[in-house]
Design a protein around this ligand. Sequence first.
Ligand code: NDP
Length: 333
Amino acid sequence: MTTSTEIRLASRPTGMPTPENFEVATVELPDPAPGQIQVRNQWMSVDPYMRGRMNDTRSYAAPFELGKAMQGGAVGTVTASNAEGYAEGDLVRSFFGWREAFNAPAAAVEKLDTRGLPPQAFLGVAGMPGLTAYTGLLRIAQLKDGDTVFVSGAAGAVGSLVCQIAKAKGHTVIGSAGGAEKIAFLKEIGVDHAIDYKAENNLSRALHRTAPDGIDVYFDNVGGDHLEAALNNAKLFSRFAICGLISAYNDTGPPAGPRNFVQVLARSVRMEGFIVSNHADLEPAFLADLSGWVKEDKVKWRETVVEGIVKAPEAFLGLFSGQNLGKMLVKLG
Ligand code: NDP
């Protein structure tokens, strides 16, 4: 028997979640059954989309079940195998979520080829957030020569890679994030203009200051006033990739804006929402390009690491107050 601590959804939040919405439980795992492996996670991911899954509403992903472990990406090692092709010590990525260890059919996990990157990068820059950046910028916003690119949530897991891909391709990049440390990081990764949105009382004017001729591409991680500012500064025929709207994830009523949505029409903005899981076909091209950019030192990434599974709710809640620079991760074991 192996012991595993897990974090379960205790109740559904209204507005911003609180620690009371989560509960800690310990389970005993038997030896893996035929066809199964036992995995001990080293790293688990907390991501903003998990907030939506805490609600009891149908969306592109099903709600988390009350009383069950929260789901999400993790990277760990096989500690016992009763399945062909898997041996103790193999590194795997899985989606069994906020738990220290689990038993699962071998077919339900993915053996990880780390390509020389640290394993936890496959929850961040080389994982789902990385593929989101690549898909949104290249496929959805259809980046083209000469584009000026505005990125909100620019110091986060997705946003920081969007900025660097655009820079690697020679574009002018404007990034917005909250606070001096994040602005310093944006400068370090080569962003041309970094806007500390928390220090600005008029985001639209701040964006105009940095891009007087307007923007061609907006990569939206935030929504609300950031989307309004982008619309006010949109060039004719600009393209908006609507990736996330984190400023509204804890709203209890309908969102206030963007009040200037009419600009989508007036400026012939092509604005397209996307869910990264519908673009998995891009993953081989993404990983090949990313490996090249990392070797050429064109891409850097940051991690904010919280230790121990019982701190997972704290790490998750920190996403909504900007406690993370780069990818928020939980280190286990
Ligand atoms: P991040 O690493 O960017 O973490 C979240 C960040 O959002 C925080 O650090 C904070 O940064 C910022 N933030 C939180 N609340 C607000 C607010 N009210 N106003 C402005 N900024 C805020 O997360 P990810 O990179 O994982 O995700 C970024 C976005 O991409 C999210 O909206 C997410 O839902 C979306 N996403 C969409 C996917 C898709 O398939 N469409 C897939 C993956 C992610 P700061 O301190 O700068 O405010």
